[in-house]
Design a protein around this ligand. Structure first.
Ligand code: NAI
Length: 235
């Protein structure tokens, strides 16, 4: 593998939760990072300016992904990794939800990650060891409940998108992984369940798994990685 210190990773939604934990770990490991957030002025970067670029990016603003990828390539001269982490949930059944809510979920959870990968594609394919990691969810592998149904439609699509990217980039050395956790102790989960944070998967442990995936060579590709915090039935 290339020296991690020379590689460049873009991480969306790196201001809190899972994205912040991944940024912190990769930064400690010496990666050069490009962090995409809605409000760059509020982000406290985990390392000095030489190693980190912070860019404005809004998943609801098509075009911001391309601009962010361009700015990253101009600053570092390469992009090796895209971590599509930014995401939202709307806890509604598919019957309750309206078209606007469905569109919003797809905009943030599916279309924007795809635009981001397309924006970085020339550099990912040039890397020889390009990596795309999508933070999907166990809700991309099974529909857990009626209320999780709407979110699941977007996460199933995000899972398929990640496999499709894997196919599209294989010959050029791009490997794509769908990371599929259950509840992770972040703001998102706190708004959905009264389960104690200590009983959920910790963001730092997910970051560790992401780091391991990024260290694997092209011939040890992980396509999907389900992570459970509790025992549950799978279909
Ligand atoms: P979070 O709510 O703490 O973080 C979400 C991140 O996405 C934030 O950085 C937020 O600023 C960003 N974001 C949201 N809308 C955005 C937009 N329009 N433009 C740019 N950035 C936007 O939640 P968490 O848990 O860190 O979520 C990260 C990813 O993990 C999401 O894709 C989520 O669906 C997924 N996930 C979370 C689980 C959990 O239990 N927390 C479980 C499985 C997957």
């Amino acid at each position: 593998m290339a020296d991690p210190r020379s590689r460049v990773a873009m991480i969306s939604g790196a201001n809190r939760g899972i994205g912040a934990a991944i940024a912190e770990l990769l930064s400690r490991q010496g990666w050069r990072l490009s962090l995409g957030v809605r409000d760059p002025s509020r982000l406290v970067p985990p390392a000095d300016e030489g190693q980190i670029l912070v860019c404005g990016f809004d998943a609801r603003r098509p075009g911001s992904e391309q601009a962010w990828a361009q700015a990253t390539a101009e600053r570092f001269g390469r992009i090796d990794v895209v971590i599509a982490n930014a995401g939202i949930t709307i806890p509604k059944t598919v019957i309750e939800a309206n078209d606007e809510e469905l569109d919003d979920l797809f905009q943030v959870n599916v279309r924007s990650p795809l635009r981001l990968v397309r924006g970085a594609w020339p550099w990912l394919t040039r890397s020889g060891q390009g990596r795309v990691i999508t933070i999907v969810s166990l809700s991309g592998l099974r529909v857990k409940s009626a209320k999780a149904g709407l979110y699941s439609t977007s996460k199933f699509a995000a899972l398929a998108m990640t496999h499709a990217i894997r196919h599209a980039g294989w010959e050029d050395g791009v490997r794509a992984t769908a990371v599929c956790p259950g509840f992770v102790a972040t703001d998102m989960a706190a708004g959905l369940t009264d389960r104690l944070a200590q009983d959920m998967t910790q963001p730092a442990d997910l970051a560790h798994l992401v780091s391991v995936i990024l260290d694997l060579p092209n011939n040890a590709s992980v396509a999907e990685l389900p992570i459970n915090s509790t025992l549950e039935e799978m279909l």
